[in-house]
Write a new protein. Structure first.
Length: 137
């Protein structure tokens, strides 16, 4: 039996957000989230890596068609989040604080519903060049 292989597709999007817990006072939000609690929002240049793991198809030689993967990411993530205010424009964040951790989970869930179950899926989301999350870990 052959071993599993992982392919990675990198993408990029820009989005604004505000970290704010509506159950906390303004003072607590400001103390906890600092500059990320700016009432006028702030933006990030997010870098995204989508990792697909599985077995190579013997007929095609591909694990998965990268063009197909690129299209799914574009439709489900880039078109959905790029140049958006995550708090105001992305429905999932009406009830979730748009932290990098929660953004990664939303991205995963949107992609998971479009990628065949035979493949393992992970997302790596860079909020800055020094801060990133991987989901699931």
């Amino acid at each position: 039996m052959s071993k599993k292989i992982t392919i990675v597709r990198s993408e990029h999007f820009n989005a604004a957000h505000r970290l704010f817990n509506k159950n906390w006072s303004n003072e607590k939000n400001e103390a906890f989230y600092g500059k990320c609690n700016n009432p006028n929002y702030h933006g990030h240049n997010y870098d995204l890596e989508v990792m697909i793991t599985g077995y190579i198809n013997k007929e095609s030689g591909f694990l998965i068609d990268m063009k197909l993967l690129s299209n799914v990411i574009k439709d489900e993530i880039i078109d959905y989040m790029d140049h958006k205010n995550l708090n105001l424009d992305v429905p999932e964040f009406s009830s979730l604080i748009p932290t990098a951790e929660n953004i990664a989970q939303v991205i995963y869930n949107r992609l998971r519903s479009k990628i065949q179950d035979e493949f393992e899926l992970k997302v790596k989301l860079y909020e800055t060049s020094k801060n990133f999350v991987i989901y699931p870990s």
